[in-house]
Design a protein around this ligand. Sequence first.
Ligand SMILES: *Cc1c(COP(=O)(O)O)cnc(C)c1O
Length: 433
Amino acid sequence: MSARDHTRSDKLFAEASGLMPGGVSSPVRAFSAVGSHPFFVERASGATITDVDGNQYIDLVQSWGALLFGHAHPEIVRAVADAAARGTSFGTPSELEVEMARTVVGMIPNVERVRFVSSGTEAGMSAARLARGATGRTKLLKFTGCYHGHADALLVQAGSGVATLGIPGTPGVTDGATADTITCEYNDLDEVRSVVEPFSDQVAAILVEPVAANMGLVVPNDGYLEGLRAIADEIGALLVFDEVITGFRLAAGGAQERFQVRADIVLLGKIIGGGLPVGAIAGSAELLDQFAPTGPIYQAGTLSGNPVAMAAGLTNLQMIQADPGIYDRVQERARSLVRGLIDAADHAATVPLYAAAIGGLAGFFFSEDEIINYSQAAATSEETYAKFFRGMLERGVYLPPSRFEALFIGDAHTEDHVDHIVHAAADVFATLR
Ligand SMILES: *Cc1c(COP(=O)(O)O)cnc(C)c1O
């Protein structure tokens, strides 16, 4: 196989590195953990992404899970263009927000009110404030390897780019900002019980990714989410599901629908914006009405509820509502990919492979054993992942550039794409040791 040409990407990366830290606007986009540097994108359509040197890739990152229907879906592009023509920002309420809020409240269980923001990070920081303000308590419990955005209080033992870059505690976050953040290993209820014991009347919220997708893909053990619900009820804490990834990806109603476990606050991001910057905090009227202006808890945003972003998000959600089979389809495709990868790895017999799929999420680790938490994920080889990543990229498959991220399967991925990916993987597995 002839090496791909990366001349223009390399040149842009050199320029970008002199203008932006690491040449990127967000650290997860750097290819540092896979011993490479990023390609620069010219355009993308459906399941494929094309770089400035004309190389095409089957994209399994899909803007980090923001896209469910693939890149540049015509309906969303049209909605964006129509909305932009009527004005890109009003700074005043619009009908689109009402429709969007009605749609979110209709789709997500146990939710009566929604506050729109512009990113998952904003949703996470606002939820922490709401939980503390509403309960009058200070402590937050989160799980190692879960990522809830980069707000100070939540940037403790975080997954995603923090794990990828091996940043222990982040400089610039004061001890004070994280003194009230408690961390536990994912999938271990006994640890949660013993850790909260001395503080049981001080915990404002338990925050969790109901399916962890920022330490690679780690699915919850049977009964785990029910157990967190029970502990939260016992100690009078709020249960916050960070559904920035799982929302509209596991089911139309997210993880609450999929696992039949109720959350007090739901964080949304990524898919909710249909590729534009939207996040949301959703929950009961009693809780959400404590935000200003109805309540005393301040939270605001100049571009919150932006009409172009609302148009993209609303169109995306309406496409989901119009297509009840979508979650079965994407899950079947994700499972088919995972089966193919496992068979190919078995056949090559060079490296052990553990893989899982749920909804439009897939993930794999180079491990003999099932991976149920961050410690186990972190013990897998970064070097093997890096070699695999580079081999796949050379064969036209764009995987996440870190073993601490999930693969995103959407409606644009076909069985032909899966075949291509599995064949490429078979080739690359054969070269691994
Ligand atoms: C991506 C992510 C966030 C942060 O969202 P941004 O839009 O990147 O700020 C928060 N929580 C989870 C679970 C995420 O995957």
